[in-house]
Design a protein around this ligand. Sequence first.
Ligand code: PEP
Length: 256
Amino acid sequence: MDKKLIVANWKMLPNTLAEAQEILELVNDYLESIGEKKEFSLVFCPPFVFLEGVGRILKNSHLAHGSFLGAQDIAIDDGGALTGEVSGPMLRKLGVEYVIIGHSERRWKLAESDEMINKKLKSALRNELIPIVCIGEKSRDSSFKEFLEQQIETTFKDLSSDEIGKCIIAYEPVWAISTNPGAKPDTSANALESISIIREHLNLKFKIKNLKFLYGGSVNSQNISDFIKEKEINGVLVGGASVNKEEFVRVLRHIT
Ligand code: PEP
């Protein structure tokens, strides 16, 4: 069985590198305690300002094996005049290997357009970073299938099958993200249905079959087993629960 991939999206937290270190130390202690029995790989996606520090901590601990550095965003261009942005080559130099693209908070709270997301995806691929592409409906109403299909087409516009094959798809229904009003985790049955819709549409439009899928949306220690037990779900994207160090270790305990 392939190892499950656990992606920790810290969003705009924690406030200091010292707090980030505390999370990593607790995870490190846990990994040390389970030794070879680890059934998962980890990707930590801290805010840009902590990438270098977190990368250093990962390298100098037990986390060096099977833990990777991820960014939460990437600039559309590789250099030049783009105030406030961080480029793919800069991320590469910091040891970043994964990048989250099209997170719903960027799509909806920061009005990131489909065109921008498509450019960022191309930027990640150009820089040989593994894109974790977030796809998800805003509400599970009668048109959610069409919504997902439309989002897939704009997100992956003009990409080759080979390029899309390098992506990991995170199915993240927006209504299930823990910070949204009334959020609750999706059921694994719904998540599987959506993943199958996404898979079929990617296959229909771009002839892609073997993609890896994550589920994201209010994953915590109470519900992770529901998702991780499914063979079609290759891992999870964890937001809120990944910056609560005790809870994050509890989440990991359910995978080993
Ligand atoms: C996320 O930020 O991608 C996410 C899934 O958040 P949460 O786990 O807090 O719902």
